[in-house]
Design a protein around this ligand. Sequence first.
Ligand code: NFE
Ligand code: MG
Length: 474
Amino acid sequence: MTKITIDPVTRIEGHLKIGVELDGSNTVISANVTGKLYRGFENILTNRHPFDAVYITQRICGVCPVSHSIASAKANEQAIGFTPNDQALLLRALIQGGNYLQDHLLHFYHLNLMDYVAGPSLPPFTPATSADQRFTSSQASQLVNNYLTALRMRCQAQEMVAIVAGKVPHVSSVLPGGVTHSITAAQIGDFRAYLTILQRFINDTYLPDAQLLASVYSDHYGFGKGPGNLICYGGFDQPGGSTLFKRGRIYDGASASVDIAQIGEDVGHSYYSSPSGLNPAGGQTTPSYGKSGAYSWLKASRYAGGVHEAGPLARMKVSGYYTGGVSVMDRIMARALETQKIANAMTTWLSQVVAGSDAYTRVACSSGTGVGLTEAPRGALGHWLQYSDAKITRYQVVTPTCWNASPKDDAGVAGAMEQALVGAHVANPDQPVELLRIVHSFDPCTGCSVHVITPEKGISSEFVVAHPASARWG
Ligand code: NFE
Ligand code: MG
């Protein structure tokens, strides 16, 4: 039996390790996916003002902060019993849409494509695998050119978001009560100009590149499936109560509903000593590194005990916008098509924005509970909030990567990415590029930005500390 460990799995956000066992014919027979970061955000939030969570939770991640701001604002608004006005919903949808555009370009060109294409022989393209490279040299050099152009496109998307959000990556205009920025006619024009440039790139470059990848690697529709069950909370709230993406699940091949009371997080194989199986409304986060039987800092998020995949493919399939299957290449194609769909929706939302309108209502809070559900670029995102005397008493975040990269649950059932790895055939165990492609198709994020340590205990070799000066938990 051959064992392969990839640690870290590079070109993801955060630190993730995978370990697999191969049988005699180099087929994966078991897989462990390990989130190596303890971040502690849920504990950092305790005793803070509930509105501060909108800003603090954005620091969970520099890639998907907008979705955290929206989930947190919605949790607060549900607790207060407040609904933002239509202009606020439109501005939030534009902020979130702009974040998705830069995110999906990031995934396709900068995190995923280099599993298929060799770049120039210089960093950051080296070291690189040479396994299973199928593009002609002219196709490869065009893709590398587009990789570079996509960097500029992502800058444009960030600038577009900053027009409405004040700044990026961590936005400042989203708050309980709406959006604090009143957009001007000139800013609407600027936003439209950026959006036009991005739409041209998406339609003329990104989608054709994704289609080229899918045609050259069409066998990649045939592996990396995982559980096949998909979950979507519904995303992009629009005026009138509709959402661009529907809330729902696909379970055992059939459409199913989402009742958040059915969500539970097991910790039997996670480094937590708090009780297992709790619904996030009563969730707890007590770290216990080295716990017997545990191998990940991620909790195992489950719906009615069932393993589900979250992400662009889940959104597109639950809403009926994508009719393909579940595989490595389906994830990549659904994401590309979703990018086009969101950019198109953004032109509609922008046309409904009224210059100078008030999108913010001052609100206050004292005691309450609320849940904020949205879709982050990587999938279903929920914030569960409880507070009294304007101080947070419980805050639980369940991210899409918790759904996707979770360890085994208490019943021993593997997480979605673990299941997607099992059954994969590795042509050359010295260069297991198939495993990287499976993992990268989920675009996992185990966390960016500030890492958290216990300062008086020093820094364990298990932790990678980006900013020791920011250590705050202990
Ligand atoms: Ni750091 Fe995120 C997204 C969230 S991670 S990228 O998308 O929430 O699962
Ligand atoms: Mg959590």
